[in-house]
Every structure is written in structure tokens, then in C-alpha cells.
Design a protein around this ligand. Structure first.
Ligand code: FE
Length: 280
């Protein structure tokens, strides 16, 4: 669920080189020089070495919440937290010795109540959403191309409307948090909260799908047990992306005929108030 290679500082010092690692080294040593150089070049050098990353899951709403932190500066950010799991987030942040500085939602959710207000009360963190939001309680808004900064981490906001008109994705050098705009082998529905399938087509085909193919895709939900994908994988295997035109995409999305989310009448008004007053 998370990338251990990015968290060496938290790993216990190895007593001796594990057997598999000895095997890998032997393999690399035997490669002719140009291929060894190529193998070395595949190491990513553009990520902060001290990124803390956790992918958390709420099984009731199938929501992924992401904890990102700069382990040196000890500052953390949460993306799309769920109110029922607020105590778990606060405990985890404390256990890792971090300070939660901001909680952010990719969009106003209709299927669960946000923890933004609960976390602000518990930790004093800032709460942020994109400038298109109808939420009346966030302490910060951001616009397309602006950066969220947590310690030395920078997440670039990308306005990706379509699922809702307040949907944003967050881009890092090796990964993107896509909210409900791009799901693993799916895309977010576009039939409520000012959803617009034509806008979503543009957000995908003129936006997210232009990121490097090996960019990791972390969505806001998954209903099939998948945790992460890549842009290239989705271009090749996501059935919603196998369309010949914007009109074909619009027709496909308009024909979905889905039931409303169970919590929509509760979640949308509650989330305009950052989840406070939801009775949860
Ligand atoms: Fe959504």
C-alpha cells in the first residue's frame, strides 16, 4: 500500500545484506557497462528522499485517503479524509511524529462526509479546496497550477472538472492524485453536482493523460481491490478511455443511468460545512 523505498529513514538498519539483494547485486555486476548505466539511470532522483506516504482506506465508502509528509520538516498533509476515520488519522500523524498542517479535498464529495472540519478542530490544521468550491468553511483555496506546500513537498493543483465543477488533481514528480476524475479502469460519474462529461473528456485527454506514462495514479476511490495504476496503464486498459471522440465519451457517460449515492442528501450539505453539523 505504500512505497517502502521512499522511507529508508524509518526502516531498521539491516544486519546483513538480505539474500535477494545479494542476488540482485550479482546480476547488476554481470551486466555489460551500458546496461548497468541504464539500470542506474532508472533510479528516480527528483523526489525528496524523506517523503512519508500512506494510502489509507475507508471500506464503507471505498475512499482512499492519502497522508503525505516531509519527514525532515515533520509537516504532513491529508488528501480526502473521511470523518469516521478522523481519530485514526490523528493517531497515525502523532505516531509518526508529524504535525498535520493542512487537510484538502479533491472536490465536494457526495458519498461520504469529509473530515476537514473535524481535523481542523482536533489539530488546528488549515483546510483547503479549489477556488471553485461551494464549501463555506475552508480556510484556504487554490487555483489551477498553484502549489500546495508542506515542508519541502510541493503538490501542483490541476483543475480537472467534469465529475464535479470543483474537481482538482494534485501532481507530484512521480505521482498524481486524481480524485474522482480518473479512477483505475474507470472515470468518475458526471451526472450530478454540475458534472459535465465534455469537461471531463478535456480534463482527461487534454490534461491528465499528458502526464508521463509512468506517473503513478492514486484515485479517490476503488471498488475492485486496486490500489494504484499508471497513466500508461490507464491509457491502454481503461475502458472509458477507449473512445474515438469527445462526442462518443459524452454519449457513453450520459447513458450510464446510475443510482444516486446513498449518502448524497446528507453528504453534500454536510461537506459544504466541512463535515461539521453532520451528526457523525
Ligand atoms: Fe466524488
Amino acid at each position: 500500500m505504500h512505497d517502502l523505498t521512499l522511507e529508508k529513514r524509518f526502516a531498521p538498519a539491516p544486519q546483513s545484506k538480505p539474500r535477494w539483494r545479494r542476488g540482485v547485486n550479482r546480476l547488476v555486476a554481470r551486466l555489460p557497462l551500458p546496461r548497468r548505466r541504464a539500470a542506474a539511470a532508472t533510479k528516480r532522483v527528483d523526489l525528496p528522499p524523506t517523503l512519508v506516504f500512506r494510502q489509507l482506506f475507508d471500506p464503507v465508502s471505498s475512499t482512499y485517503t492519502y497522508l503525505l509528509a516531509d519527514a525532515d520538516k515533520r509537516e504532513a498533509l491529508l488528501i480526502d479524509p473521511v470523518i469516521e476515520r478522523s481519530e485514526q488519522y490523528v493517531r497515525l500523524v502523532e505516531e509518526l511524529g508529524l504535525e498535520l498542517v493542512v487537510a484538502v479535498d479533491t472536490h465536494l464529495h457526495a458519498d461520504h462526509v469529509t473530515a476537514l472540519g473535524r481535523l481542523r478542530t482536533a489539530t488546528g490544521c488549515a483546510t483547503a479546496m479549489g477556488e471553485m468550491t461551494r464549501s463555506e468553511c475552508v480556510s484556504q483555496t487554490f487555483a489551477d497550477s498553484e502549489h500546495l506546500r508542506v515542508g519541502d513537498l510541493r503538490l501542483q493543483a490541476m483543475y480537472t472538472p467534469g465529475h464535479t465543477d470543483d474537481s482538482y488533481s494534485f501532481v507530484m514528480p512521480d505521482r498524481v492524485f486524481t480524485g474522482d476524475t480518473l479512477l483505475i479502469r474507470g472515470t468518475g460519474r458526471t451526472d450530478f453536482q454540475n458534472g459535465d462529461p465534455a469537461a471531463q473528456y478535456d480534463s482527461l485527454f487534454d490534461g491528465l493523460l499528458h502526464l508521463p506514462g509512468d506517473t503513478l495514479v492514486y484515485p479517490a476511490h476503488d471498488y475492485n481491490g486496486m490500489t494504484v495504476s499508471t497513466i500508461d496503464e490507464e491509457i491502454r486498459f481503461n475502458p472509458r478511455l477507449q473512445v474515438s471522440s469527445k462526442a462518443a465519451y459524452v454519449d457513453m457517460m450520459n447513458a450510464l443511468d446510475l443510482d444516486d449515492p446513498r449518502l448524497i442528501d446528507v453528504a453534500v450539505p454536510a461537506n459544504r460545512a466541512c463535515g461539521e453539523g453532520s451528526g457523525q
